[in-house]
Design a protein. Structure first.
Length: 175
């Protein structure tokens, strides 16, 4: 494209199936497009099962050359939108929930790490017995699901973006 405009589209996540060919072609052609999908939820919403996305995020993640962001709060959403605007190497998907989500407290280093696609939000004192990984609306409930374990025995990592391009930053890989 000539660079003056960034095309974007938005709809309920469950309707992403109808756009699958266009989304896939934009990724294969590495076109700069932003797809905003809403009403992502693990819970059944007021619209019923016809609007409950189950396999949609997983199938979008399979499309090569596309960044898929599933932010857990306003900070991650703003970061995802900024990264989508800056992405010149293919399309970006922002998967947003319809639920009100609590703000997650973060250190400045964790906020900076959001743009890399993943970061550790709750770290263990030593080698963890369990690693909890979550994205989107599950980030708020994931630590509670592993609550019986003492904090020193668990590590919780959040991955708001599954980027098609491997990161040159080895920090996440070694942690």
């Amino acid at each position: 494209m000539h660079g003056g405009f960034i095309p974007y589209a938005g709809t309920f996540l469950t309707f992403s199936d109808y756009a699958r060919n266009a989304v896939r072609m934009s990724a294969l052609m590495r076109l700069r497009v932003i797809f905003v999908y809403t009403h992502d939820s693990i819970g059944l919403g007021e619209d019923g099962p016809t609007h409950q996305p189950i396999e949609h995020v997983a199938s979008l993640r399979l499309i090569p050359h596309m960044d898929l962001w599933r932010p857990c709060d306003a900070v991650e959403t703003a970061t995802a939108w900024g990264a989508a605007i800056e992405n010149r190497d293919g399309p970006s998907c922002l998967i947003l929930t319809r639920q009100s989500l609590a703000h997650e407290a973060r250190l400045p280093t964790e906020i900076a790490a959001i743009k890399r696609g993943g970061y550790v939000l709750i770290d263990s004192d030593g080698p963890p017995d369990v690693i909890v990984i979550a994205t989107g609306s599950e980030v708020g409930i994931a630590p509670r699901q592993s609550a019986p374990r003492p904090p020193r025995e668990k590590k919780s990592a959040w991955f708001p973006c599954r980027a098609a391009r491997p990161s040159s930053d080895r920090t996440m890989h070694t942690r």
